[in-house]
Design a protein around this ligand. Structure first.
Ligand SMILES: NC(=O)c1ccc[n+]([C@@H]2O[C@H](COP(=O)([O-])OP(=O)(O)OC[C@H]3O[C@@H](n4cnc5c(N)ncnc54)[C@H](OP(=O)(O)O)[C@@H]3O)[C@@H](O)[C@H]2O)c1
Length: 259
């Protein structure tokens, strides 16, 4: 067997269909690109059409199969409709990546119900509903991969974690519950845990060079994360290679969490 064939057996995603929420920017865009370049047909879901189109155009120009669905996932009806639209593009997904997220940071004493509800709706309810929609089908077909993008704030308080940290902690629990339900049917459910990644999500923090340098110094690798750092881990968790890895949280954080 050649090394290419060996690697292909482990990691290739040819014939698989993936849905990536938040796939038009930052970590989600890098993950969508990685899955598509590994062979999957990828549907990216987010609100802004221009960015979705740009993402899909980049992937198709690279010879990948990609489509998009414009949807606001911060309401249950919107999530349900988006799920149906996404499944209509290339068929029922084998891989679901929940990456769309919101990070609002009022001080705890000022955190009102609106911020709480908005955070939970997008960061937790949408992944739950999409899992309910796609998980049983994956289990019925005997193969599935559910990957949630959480945060170090699922594990520790950090810069007014507030509702955000709670939503991400719950998302890791959701992955374990899903893993418990569906792993025996070939559906693994895991989370990727970023540290600090330079994306539009944290534009304010990223524009402060002193804070950026201080955060980089807290990693072991000596730099902050890039969206591209998630490519390999995402392909691994989406592929045949990770069949015996489930209910786990994989930190992609340059050692931030163990420093
Ligand atoms: N960057 C970090 O340091 C960091 C650290 C820990 C965890 N994370 C997590 O990583 C994930 C991705 O973050 P990122 O840094 O890559 O952010 P990003 O570049 O801002 O991307 C966010 C994505 O989510 C989509 N989105 C936002 N609100 C949405 C909504 N209501 N409905 C549908 N889609 C929506 C955005 O597109 P539209 O705005 O067009 O909808 C975009 O595609 C998030 O879950 C975040 O919590 C990031």
């Amino acid at each position: 067997m050649t090394s290419k064939a060996y690697l292909s057996d482990l990691f290739a995603l040819d014939g698989r269909v993936a849905v990536v929420t938040g796939g038009s920017s930052g970590i989600g865009r890098a993950v969508a690109g990685a899955l598509a370049r590994a062979g999957a047909s990828v549907v990216v879901v987010a609100r802004t059409e221009a960015q979705l189109k740009e993402t899909v155009a980049e992937l198709t120009a690279d010879g990948c199969r990609a489509g998009w669905v414009a949807a606001d996932l911060s309401g249950r009806a919107g999530v349900r409709a988006a799920a149906e639209e996404a499944a209509a593009v290339f068929g029922e997904p084998d891989i679901l990546v929940n990456c769309a997220g919101v990070n609002l940071r009022p001080p705890m004493g000022e955190l009102g119900e609106e911020v709480w509800d908005t955070t939970m709706a997008l960061n937790l309810d949408a992944p739950f509903l999409l899992g309910q929609r796609f998980g049983p089908g994956m289990a019925g077909r005997g193969f599935g991969r559910i990957i949630h993008i959480t945060s170090q704030q699922a594990h520790r308080a950090f810069v007014q974690s507030g509702a955000y940290g709670v939503s991400k902690g719950a998302l890791e629990s959701l992955a374990r519950s899903q893993a418990e339900a569906w792993s025996r049917y070939g559906v693994t459910c895991n989370t990727l845990v970023p540290g600090f990644v330079m994306t539009p999500l944290n534009a304010r923090l990223s524009s402060d060079p002193e804070r950026v340098a201080a955060l980089a110094a807290r990693t072991m690798v000596g730099r902050n994360g890039l969206a591209e750092d998630f490519a390999g881990a995402a392909v691994f968790l989406a592929s045949a290679a990770s069949a015996y890895v489930t209910g786990q949280s994989l930190f992609v954080d340059g050692g931030f969490s163990v420093h």
